[in-house]
Design a protein around this ligand. Sequence first.
Ligand code: BES
Ligand code: MN
Ligand code: MN
Length: 465
Amino acid sequence: MKNIETYIENNKDRFVSELFSLLKIPSVSADSTFSDKVKDCAQAVCQQLQAIGVDEAQVYSTPGHPIVFGQKMIDPKLPTLLVYGHYDVQPADPLELWDTDPFEPTIKITDIHPDGAIFARGSADDKGQFFMHIKAFEAMEKTGELPCNFKFLIEGEEEVGSIHLEEFIKSHKEMLSNDLIVISDTEMIAQDQPTICTGLRGLSYLEVEVTGPDLDLHSGVYGGAVPNPINILSKMIASLHQSDGKVSVKGFYDGVLEESTQSRAQLNAVPFSLEEFKNSIGIADIVGEEGYTTIERTGIRPTLDVNGIWGGYTGEGAKTVIPSKAFAKISMRLVPGQDPDKITQKFVEHFQSIAPPSVKVKCTPHHGGWPYVLPEDHFGYRAAKIALKEGFGKEALPLRGGGSIPIVALFEKVFLTKTVLLGFGLNSDVIHSPNENFGLRNFFKGIQTLPIFYRVFSELKMGKM
Ligand code: BES
Ligand code: MN
Ligand code: MN
């Protein structure tokens, strides 16, 4: 591994400038005005793969944003690792809250990152993280130490629910076949504390529309005598949580797998400070389901949140109006035992049932996804544990990720192989928020540790360890 380390050390500056070239492309998947940029980014990723000696790297177009795939098959007798990542990013707005241009990557020293952090949309989620794999591969390839076959699948629609990836993996099953999948798109519990993300939550996302009168009305002439859809929607939303923090959607908890006392103790044993958590986001107090810790609430428990709400007059000044309609976007994070389609259906039934007869309610489901868990006796988990220990000189801890990567559960269904979530980000990276950033220390630690993981994976798979 000495040669690999030296290679990385000698090429650090180039690695950073190559990542910058990807971060400069505003590949915002949710906003169609950026479609050309998303395409440009797919091309750029493909060129990066070709440049490091990945064969057959190609951009595959879909009815949505393109998918990049490339592979290096060195020996059919060796195990095959599939690296998945996403080159699309979340919208950068609100732009005025960024200290620097989100698509003009800037290195700044911070309290958390005395060695500097890269500030840019996508720096941690996920360009900076999948790029660590590209450079780790390069370092092994250039030093003649590739231990296994590699496949790279980098998509452009993760942030909008991976809508076209499902069809792609089903129709390219053979091409994508693998022994294990690895993704760097999650977080470590603390700086320099190696972490294996042992699960992801599923998702059910809906939009609701509540209609009162047929048209907007004068609030003096009609107010107090007709249903105001905003008043009513607010009340309906408020009723979705009970006073103990539980979600009141009928049947929401049916089938939810309760974690064992031992597994809960293990999850809660990670270094986590509630004070730091509160301070880092400026809240005076936490909220949540009674009987569970913050780590549990964001990892092993299902939740419901309103992601957006609008209706009526929101322009300058005042307008006295009873609106005809009110809207909200509502999402639920799901855990093992919950079926996203069934939860969506239960939500719709519940929401219709709590609506007063004075209004009409329409629910439109958006995307969803299944939860995922990696058991600790799986060889992929063991490979990660051994590699992280060697790379960090410290025992890795398991952590359940609160976010979702919907394709992971589908990978398992289609390929029957598991995914190891080996993320190098931190909570303070503020992914999806203004001033998203990724520590240079984290970036290089990833590039240094992933080759160890590739080697251990290959050895474990071949039964040599
Ligand atoms: N990388 C995140 C998911 C994530 C973040 C998992 C932190 C675990 C810890 C991913 O890019 C993401 O944002 N996913 C979306 C999925 C949705 C758009 C379908 C999410 O979780 O909201
Ligand atoms: Mn991501
Ligand atoms: Mn994301």
